[in-house]
Design a protein around this ligand. Structure first.
Ligand code: FES
Ligand code: FES
Length: 169
C-alpha cells in the first residue's frame, strides 16, 4: 500500500491565479498550507491559524477569505487568487502594490499579502471608498507593526490611481 493511500492524501485541482494546479492534499491540510507547501506560493502567510489575524487571506471564487479556515480538499475546482497573481501579465505591479511601496505602507510585510487581497476586493467593488469603508476592511487584519495610517493613505492613493487610469482608457 502506498504512503498516499495510507495517509488518505489525494490529488486535487484548483485554478490558482488563472492556471490549473494539481497536487496531493492530506484531508486535514488547510488551504494556506497547501498553497505554501504543495504549490510553492509562499506569499500567503500563516499567522494565527484560526481565523483571527487575516495574514492568510486569499480570494476564493472572487471573495477574500481566510485560507487557514478552509481545508484544501474543499477548494477542489475553485478559483483561487493569491498575492502572486496581482501583478499583470507583463509583471507590472497592481496599483495597490505600487501605492503600498510609494507611501511606506509596508513595514515587516508579514500582514501585507493578506491586506492586499482584501483591499483589491474592496477597490474592485468600490471605486472611491470612504475612509470608514477602508478602515472597516482593515479591521479584519492584524498588523503587528501597527502602520495602519500609511496603509489607509496607500489604499486611498491606489483608488485614485485606478480611477485615473480608467478615465484615460
Ligand atoms: S492565519 Fe488565517 S487568519 Fe490568521
Ligand atoms: S507590516 Fe508588519 S505585521 Fe503588518
Amino acid at each position: 500500500m502506498s504512503n498516499s493511500t495510507l495517509s488518505g492524501s489525494r490529488p486535487i485541482t484548483l485554478c490558482v491565479n488563472g492556471h490549473n494546479r494539481t497536487a496531493k492534499a492530506e484531508p486535514r491540510v488547510n488551504l494556506a498550507d497547501f498553497l505554501r507547501h504543495e504549490l510553492g506560493l509562499t506569499g500567503t502567510h500563516v499567522g494565527c491559524e484560526h481565523g483571527v489575524c487575516g495574514a492568510c487571506t486569499v480570494q476564493i471564487d472572487g471573495h477574500s477569505a481566510r485560507s487557514c479556515l478552509m481545508l484544501a480538499v474543499q477548494a477542489q475546482g475553485m478559483q483561487i487568487r493569491t498575492i502572486e497573481g496581482l501583478a499583470d501579465k507583463q509583471g507590472r505591479w497592481h496599483p495597490v502594490q505600487q501605492a503600498f511601496k510609494e507611501l511606506h505602507a509596508l513595514q515587516c510585510g508579514f500582514c501585507t499579502p493578506g491586506v492586499l487581497m482584501s483591499v483589491v476586493e474592496l477597490l474592485e467593488s468600490h471605486a472611491d471608498p470612504s475612509e470608514e469603508q477602508i478602515r472597516d476592511v482593515l479591521s479584519g487584519h492584524l498588523c503587528r507593526c501597527t502602520g495602519y495610517q500609511n496603509i489607509v493613505r496607500a489604499v486611498q492613493h491606489a483608488a485614485a490611481a485606478i480611477r485615473a487610469s480608467h478615465e484615460h482608457e
